[in-house]
Design a protein around this ligand. Structure first.
Ligand code: NAD
Ligand code: UFG
Length: 357
């Protein structure tokens, strides 16, 4: 197998939350990265932060990390990246496709934007990939693709029937990739990673989660309350059928998730034959909101005021993953627990109260 230091990878959405942490891992492994991002939900400042964290210094960083501002829906942007990589004798061999919008709530208000960016963007991307014979892709899917009635642990065989436009766009991209694989069987190597709830930050606190668009995820909000940036955490429902009445999710440390991307990429690059896999990425452990909140308070010696309010429409009581498939195929196990996630998330929040500003 080729050494990873000789491999060039295209990363879409690589300055976002999951993308930036994954880029750091890939850089450390010696990959040469072409990163395209429109900055619709991230900051170009991530570039200097990754440089700061890169152990081998600026010169090596600048050789390995190529950031291009552009929209994946614009095929000339992606084509130019491929042409440059060929001219530099660094043919792109695979793609990790993070770029997309991710708010369930926003997708309900503006579904056409979600279809345009998440599905239109993916179609534009794969057309260019076909043209340049790059048919190895790791795609950011989501646990939202499952129906809302299957019992946890959710396995990859559970019914895919999303109940919001965001989830529908993710399921559709999975289907497009499945169709490419089925009909051009010899060519495509695909892994759809169905993430559960990624939280936390790199342990340095230099990179973390800093969305530009409005999100209403629990963990960033909880961190803002802990820092005094927001007054109170509203817990959406204390009458769920769970042991303490609050909803249960499968939280996974962002650095564990970054590792999974490296392993998925290595797995596909090692295979001669085509592949199509959907893999859950979680820890397999459910944590209630109150458990998460209490752990955060204990680990970080802080106080998080909260109130109970009505349930959020569209939420479910319990969601956690069956993780055996990812474990067996990628030989992966999460290293970090909820305490680590709370400690690292708080460190990022403390050091960067205004994010990347
Ligand atoms: P993020 O918003 O931080 O990162 C996405 C990146 O894509 C951003 O940098 C954004 O600027 C970029 N982008 C968006 N549209 C683009 C376009 N048209 N062209 C180029 N760049 C574009 O989100 P994240 O949390 O890092 O998520 C990454 C991927 O994982 C997304 O596809 C998301 O749907 C998926 N996902 C995230 C979660 C989660 O809880 N964070 C869960 C499941 C799936
Ligand atoms: N919650 C609150 N208060 C808040 C925010 C959230 O109580 O201020 C609750 C929610 O009701 C839910 C839990 O905390 O019960 C987790 O909510 P998040 O919004 O953080 O996460 P979700 O499980 O709803 O969804 C997340 C991502 C989706 C992704 C899904 C599965 O937002 O994009 O995980 O991976 F698809």
């Amino acid at each position: 197998m080729k050494d990873s230091s000789l491999r060039s990878i295209l990363i879409t959405g690589g300055t976002g939350f999951i993308g930036s942490h994954t880029c750091l891992k890939l850089l450390e492994k010696g990959y040469f990265l072409y990163v395209v991002d429109s900055f619709i939900n991230s900051s170009p400042k991530v570039l200097r932060k990754l440089e700061e964290l890169f152990p081998q210094g600026s010169e090596k960083f600048n050789q390995q990390f190529n950031l291009i501002e552009g929209d994946i829906r614009d095929s000339t942007v992606i084509e130019n990246i491929f042409i440059n990589s060929i001219n530099q004798n660094r043919c792109i061999e695979a793609v990790i496709h993070f770029a997309g919008l991710k708010s369930v709530e926003e997708s309900l208000l503006n579904p056409s934007l979600y279809w345009d960016i998440n599905v239109g963007g993916s179609i534009a991307l794969v057309k260019v990939l076909e043209k340049y014979n790059c048919r190895t892709i790791v795609f950011s899917s989501s646990a939202t693709v499952y129906n809302s009635i299957s019992d946890s642990p959710l396995s990859e065989n559970c019914e895919v029937r999303p109940c919001n436009p965001y989830g529908e766009t993710k399921a559709t991209v999975e289907n497009i990739l499945r169709s490419l694989y089925k009909n051009k069987r010899k060519d495509w190597r695909v892994i759809n990673l169905r993430y559960f709830n990624p939280i936390g930050a790199h342990s340095s606190g230099v990179i973390g989660e800093d969305p530009i668009r409005k999100t209403n995820n629990l963990f960033p909000y909880l961190s803002k309350v802990a820092s005094g940036n927001k007054e109170v955490l509203k817990i959406f429902g204390n009458d769920w059928p769970t042991f303490d009445g609050t909803a249960i999710r499968d939280y996974i440390h962002i650095m564990d998730l970054a590792d999974v991307h490296c392993l998925a990429l290595e797995y596909l690059l090692q295979k001669e034959e085509s592949r199509f896999l959907c893999l859950n990425v979680g820890t397999g452990k459910g944590t209630s909101i109150l458990e998460l909140l209490k752990t955060y308070e204990i680990v970080n010696s802080c106080k998080i005021p909260f109130i109970y309010v009505d349930r959020r429409p569209g939420d479910i009581a319990i969601s956690f993953a069956k993780t055996e498939l990812a474990t067996s195929i990628l030989n992966w196990k999460p290293k970090f627990d909820i305490s680590d996630m709370c400690r690292d998330g708080w460190n990022w929040q403390k050091l960067n109260p205004c994010g990347y500003q």
